[in-house]
Design a protein around this ligand. Structure first.
Ligand code: ADP
Ligand code: ZN
Ligand code: ZN
Length: 836
């Protein structure tokens, strides 16, 4: 038997399967998807079995054997192995990178360096060795591979002997493959089988051993295995009484695996399905039919905020579970608040596994195990939950599908929506993309599908549940405020509105988009802006530590007291941070209770939840924050939403800036007046006439998309084209420019050659094919950590171009890498989201 293995080495030359012999004893265990340790060069490394067969193109005698299997149950399914292959072609990443991305971090390999004797009888007939060297050998033979530190602990001050032994080849260095984390085990008490044997034990105990008797009686009544500490606690006894019973052989104490449950201390109120409104019912029956058909279906559920999408998800999942199938629900990381978790746990209880980045490695691993062992049937999680190793998926839901957090920004740079599309195809499952503000890519695919594009059907919910109105939105022109002498960051209108809420005990959410409005330090005399010497971006002022820091590389320096350029003392920080807004609020309304939520106040585990709970319990008047407060929250007493500066993202150098502005405003407006009290939204802006702000203020998605699609079509941007971004970096400016040129030229050349070869055939297919290369140009961030950055953007449309673009880019990148410059780094981003 031969196993083809993708090995855990991130190098171009190793990005292909390697064949290994499967020893006799492993054949029962090894499967496609198994994680194995295999010899590679002189090392032992981790790999994944991607195929099993009885043939190989290699010479059999030269094949090496799989060393061992790392898990009893393969962590990847055969489907996920195929997905890894697909991802590597789609996103131009290494297969190993794709496969590892599917697993919890705890399963990423950790390599331990250990020392071992080269063979069993080393050191025999080696009279030249010192006594100490001989005893080290003897000890190592007995104790097997151990770390160097462990050897030196046993034989202090023996570095030179050890080194000598290694140099002589008597001791070899090996690498052990280990997981980053072991499963958590606790000592557990096991009563005998059958438990009645304990009655016999009771009769044999001396009358004075009261505690031991209690233990036996308890176990007779509760014969299930129980953690020892728990048993001791229940009986208010010590573990010695329990151990004494084990020593007599009546009970057994063994370590057992326990799954850490991050939500174990929380009670979730069970919720029953709500009777659906008519609009919900119409949508639901379409989805139910799709689920029951067992065939691939994909829907865009376009529903305004508060229209009851989540209730539809819940009922659709219930149907899916009845049919014996599993469901994956993706929500943006940011809205994975207890509120969202509660709705799913409340409906499906322990069948729900939750995966998000605020869990510890151990907790995440355990939640993943629940999926793997099929103890859980529903996963609610952020982006990477799309890889849940279910075997019979009936449904994948992506809520707030327009969220950029579904795109992973490090390799593999995948989009969860693409992965979901691929997986529903494989499983004959139903995909639901839900949003109040669908991304333009999704919208275009639903209303103007291209030929050959998989079907995506639009379903709409145009009204909020129970006829609650969407809140009215008022735009305030901040330029006018300034003209009439108001220099505060609060317009008069917003100020009065907040005051009124405080007075009548209602709540306010204030959004400050920090991106684009960071607190930079500028000289008022000469306009000099303090910048990072490594990254060419403005330094951010940190008030409490009185330092200026670079957000990209972490560089920091003390606050400038005079301008480095003109020596003027009028140097100070500009822009508005959440801290400043908070200070201003407290100044304006003495005694106001403000909760500030931003990266600084939510780093601690559980802090997010804590703030939101406080706000829900109305222990604060204002919730002030960045994007974090814009999404998914549902508080009955919030009747005012204020946006401090709506146009801040409009100025980012990104073709999606208008779309992001519209989405953010719509989302945050949706937080007001979700229950009985009517809501109101006040948006402050310097660009009140911009179509994204106007249409958001009217809750008019179609007005926005019509205009935006027109702009995109005119400029040839997605969704009317597709992009591949290639970023090159190098410490040497001329070398990175040259490499960029190589890449750009190669792409143009290969495309032209392909086009000419197939011109006639392609022309018949469609004339609308185009592939252009923009660049090489300096990246928007020209330098990071002393490396110069250049980029090329490939823009293409039409079926022929789309089919070949990734492969062309791959060839071009390989051409640039062939120069063999180890300092040159190339990163490819297919369908990029981050343009900065
Ligand atoms: P969305 O996900 O579209 O923002 P939700 O599902 O959160 O909307 O629904 C908004 C509010 O309406 C929630 O408080 C929810 O409990 C309530 N709701 C949803 N469907 C119904 C229904 N059929 N009957 C009564 N209340 C409902
Ligand atoms: Zn100056
Ligand atoms: Zn920097």
């Amino acid at each position: 038997m031969i196993a083809s293995v993708i090995v855990d080495v991130a190098a171009k030359q190793t990005d292909r399967p390697f064949d290994y012999l499967v020893p006799e004893g492993m054949r029962e265990w090894i499967e496609v998807g198994s994680r194995v340790a295999v010899p590679f060069g002189s090392r032992l490394i981790q790999g994944f079995v991607v195929a099993l067969s009885d043939t190989t193109e290699m010479e059999r005698s030269r094949l090496r054997a799989v060393d061992h299997i790392l898990d009893i149950q393969p962590p990847l399914t055969e489907e996920l192995v195929r997905l890894g292959r697909w991802m590597s072609e789609r996103y131009l990443c290494r297969e190993i990178t794709a496969l590892t991305a599917m697993l919890p971090a705890a399963l990423k390999a950790k390599y331990d360096r250990v020392l071992a004797c080269a063979s069993a009888d080393v050191g025999k007939d080696r009279g030249d060795l010192s006594d100490r060297a001989q005893s080290i050998l003897a000890w190592l033979t007995e104790h097997g591979p151990v770390s160097r530190d462990r050897v030196l602990e046993q034989f202090p001050r023996s570095e030179s002997e050890l080194k000598h032994l290694v140099r002589e080849g008597l001791i070899v260095e090996q690498q052990l493959v280990k997981d980053r984390l072991q499963v958590k085990k606790v000592l557990t008490v096991y009563p005998p089988e059958p438990p009645e044997k304990l009655e016999e034990a009771l009769t044999q105990l001396s009358a004075r051993a009261v505690k031991q008797q209690e233990v036996l009686r308890y176990l007779l009544e509760h014969p299930e295995p129980i953690p020892m500490t728990e048993l001791a606690a229940v009986l208010n006894t010590t573990s010695s009484a329990i151990k004494a019973l084990a020593e007599k052989g009546w009970i057994a104490i063994r370590p057992a695996e326990v799954l850490r449950d991050p939500y174990k201390d929380r009670q979730f109120k069970r919720s029953k399905p709500l009777p659906l409104t008519e609009a919900q019912q119409q949508v639901f029956s379409r989805i139910r039919e799709a689920v029951e058909s067992g065939k691939r279906h994909a829907y865009l559920l376009h529903g305004v905020t508060g229209s009851g999408k989540t209730e539809i998800y819940l009922q659709a999942i219930a149907r899916c579970l009845e049919l014996g199938r599993e469901a994956i629900v993706l929500v943006p990381e940011i809205s994975l608040t207890p509120q969202m978790v509660e709705r799913f746990k409340g409906r499906f209880g322990d069948l729900v596994a939750v995966m998000h980045s605020r869990l510890s490695h151990g907790e995440r691993y355990d939640e993943w195990r629940k999926v793997q062992t099929a103890e859980a049937k529903v996963v609610v999680g952020a982006r990477s939950a799309v890889f849940a190793p279910f075997r019979n998926i009936g449904m994948i839901i992506i809520d707030e599908e327009h969220e950029t957090s579904y795109k992973q920004e490090e390799s593999p740079k995948y989009h969860a929506r693409d992965i979901a599309m691929w997986r529903v195809e494989q499983h004959g499952a139903t995909l639901i993309l839900g949003s109040a503000t669908p991304s333009l890519e999704t919208w275009r695919a639903a209303i103007e599908p291209l030929s050959g594009e998989p079907e995506l059907i639009r379903l709409a919910l145009t009204e909020r549940v129970a006829g609650r109105p969407l809140p009215p939105v008022t735009l305030v022109d901040m330029r006018e405020e300034l003209h009439s002498g108001n220099r505060s960051m609060f317009s008069r209108r917003l100020r009065e509105a907040i005051e009124e809420r405080v007075r009548c005990g209602e709540q306010t959410i204030l959004l400050l988009n920090r991106r684009g409005y960071s607190t930079f330090v500028m000289c008022r005399s000469c306009g000099h802006v303090c910048q990072c010497p490594h990254c060419d971006i403005s330094l951010t002022y940190h008030r409490y530590t009185r330092t200026m820091r670079c957000h990209y590389c972490g560089y920091g320096e003390r606050e400038a007291l005079q301008c480095p350029q003109c020596e003027s003392p009028h140097i100070r920080f500009f822009g508005t941070g959440t801290q400043r807004v908070e200070e201003e609020l407290v100044k304006l309304y003495p005694g106001i209770r403000v909760i500030r939520m931003d990266v600084d106040t939510t780093t601690e585990k559980g802090s997010h939840e804590k703030w939101l709970r406080m706000f829900r319990e109305r222990r604060a008047d204002v919730l002030l924050g960045t994007q974090m407060v814009a999404k998914g929250l549902d508080f009955p007493y919030v009747t005012l939403v204020g946006v401090i500066a709506a146009d801040s993202i409009l100025r980012l150098p990104d073709f999606r800036a208008a779309e992001r502005t519209f989405q953010l405003l719509t989302q945050v407006a949706g937080r007001a007046g979700r229950h009985d009290l009517p809501g109101e939204v006040i948006v402050q802006t310097y660009a009140p006439e911009h179509y994204s702000i106007v249409s958001a203020s009217r809750h008019d998605y179609e007005m926005f998309t019509q205009r935006e699609l027109m702009e995109r079509r005119a400029l040839g941007y997605p969704p009317y084209s597709r992009l591949i971004l290639i970023t090159l970096s190098h410490p040497d400016l001329t070398k990175v420019m040259k490499a960029g040129e190589t890449v750009a030229q190669a792409i143009k050349r290969i495309w032209k050659r392909q086009w000419d070869e197939q011109a006639v055939y392609r022309m018949q297919q469609t004339a609308d094919n185009e592939l252009t290369v923009l660049g090489p140009v300096t990246s928007p961030i020209p330098r990071i950590k002393d490396r110069y950055r250049f980029q090329c953007m490939v823009k293409y449309r039409g079926d022929a171009a789309s089919a070949s673009a990734p492969a062309i880019v791959k060839l071009a990148v390989e051409e640039a890498e062939r120069g063999g410059d180890p300092e040159l780094q190339l990163a490819v981003d297919v369908d990029p989201y981050m343009m900065m």
